[in-house]
Write a protein that binds this ligand. Structure first.
Ligand SMILES: *Cc1c(COP(=O)(O)O)cnc(C)c1O
Length: 375
């Protein structure tokens, strides 16, 4: 649930009055502030969704027909679909039963001479163990892209997600993400070459963007098309929201941490597996709070979801693993047995409400309902 106040509203009004509706000064400011948040020697490129950002990152890395991209099965379909946009193929792998992130041993087993990229997902906001993943990538000369749609403000061993040594990291500002711009995303990379390519490809393959055309000394009508690019730029209206959302990110994180801690404490007496917190100086962004029902519980997952729904509590399942969706299943002849960990966890998992505007009283209702259902 988005957490918006008068700051975002006034900034959007300012955009509407200024005449800059598409990518303009506010996108520049948002990119610059975001880049500063992530860390030195990074480039930040704003786009209209994380899906667009993932597509642009893979395109810039040269992913094309015949290539394979390794992806965890427990993710949203966007992570995988962008590989197909480029006519390349995915190689789905199982997850780790404790972190629910990609299983590193399975990555190693899935590498073939077609493998080009390892795409990881920091599931729910818990960082993948990036040290070994980056080491495998180096050993086999592979690229690494981080789908960090859940992981804005997460840290891996003290390092902010987005500033590790992977090739590109992509964040989402969809309405339910840790900060929002309505729709939007950001690609972060340490490579200037990659950043330049992504900047050009996000706007029709034109070698200068509209704002630059009005700022620079050469005539404003002049530009050159160097590729058939995409229409993936962020609008100033979105950036207006993002500028203020980003300022509130530290307080948003605190609230999410507080609520997650409260769930840990107050649900610990129930037949549930509670999510693992980060360790070793890590920070979990708590985008999702995913619980798993133990075998000995009175209710099944589906029954619990129905019980909570009857009580007025909305929950969801993140995600139906990709190997269970017809398109992916048929294209790669996948079966549930090929992903025993993700498949088992899928059947007993659900995400319970956690959002920054949630009050302690809102949370108490969820905690009480879970006790009534499971105690
Ligand atoms: C939300 C999400 C995306 C897509 O983000 P958009 O900004 O909506 O394109 C991709 N991957 C994961 C894991 C997500 O949760």
């Amino acid at each position: 649930m988005p957490d918006i106040d008068f700051n975002e509203i006034n900034e959007v009004i300012d955009s509407l009055k200024s005449g800059w509706l598409t990518s303009g000064p506010k996108v520049k400011i948002f990119e610059s502030n975001f880049q500063k948040f992530i860390g030195e020697s990074t480039h930040a490129i704003a786009v209209n969704s994380a899906t667009s950002g993932l597509h642009l990152a893979l395109e810039a890395l040269g992913v094309s027909f015949g290539d394979e991209v390794i992806i965890p099965t427990l993710t949203f379909t966007a992570t995988a679909e962008v590989v197909r946009y480029l006519n390349a193929d995915i190689k789905l792998v199982d997850i780790d039963p404790i972190t629910l992130n990609i299983d590193i041993n399975e990555i190693r087993k899935s590498i073939t001479n077609k493998t080009k990229v390892i795409m990881v997902v920091h599931y729910a906001g818990l960082s993948c163990d990036m040290g070994p993943i980056l080491a495998i990538a180096k050993e086999f000369k592979l690229k690494v892209v981080e789908d960090a749609a859940h992981a804005l403000s997460s840290k891996y061993k003290g390092i902010t997600i987005g500033s590790l040594q992977s090739d590109a990291t992509v964040f989402s500002f969809y309405a339910n993400k840790n900060i929002t711009t309505g729709e939007g995303g950001m690609v972060v990379t340490k490579s200037k070459k990659l950043a330049d390519r992504i900047r050009i490809m996000r706007l029709h393959g034109i070698d200068r963007d509209v704002y630059n055309r009005f700022q620079s000394k050469s005539p404003s009508w002049y530009y050159q098309v160097i590729e058939p690019g995409f229409k993936y730029n962020m609008t100033d209206i979105s950036a207006a929201i993002g500028i203020h959302q980003l300022k509130k990110l530290p307080s948003f994180l605190k609230r999410r941490q507080y609520l997650a801690n409260r769930y840990h404490k107050l649900l610990s007496d129930l037949p549930l597996v509670l999510p693992k917190d980060d360790m070793e100086n890590g920070i979990h962004s708590w985008h999702l709070y995913v619980i798993r029902i133990r075998k000995n519980a009175k209710l099944s997952r589906d029954e619990l979801i129905e019980f909570l729904s009857d009580t007025g509590i909305g929950t969801s399942v993140h995600y139906i693993p990709l190997h269970r969706h017809p398109y992916w299943k048929n294209r790669y002849q996948l079966s549930n047995e090929m992903f025993p960990v993700a498949d088992h966890i899928y059947k007993c998992m659900l995400s319970i409400p956690l959002y920054t505007a949630m009050t302690d009283q809102d949370q108490d209702l969820v905690i009480e309902a879970l006790h009534r259902a499971l105690k």
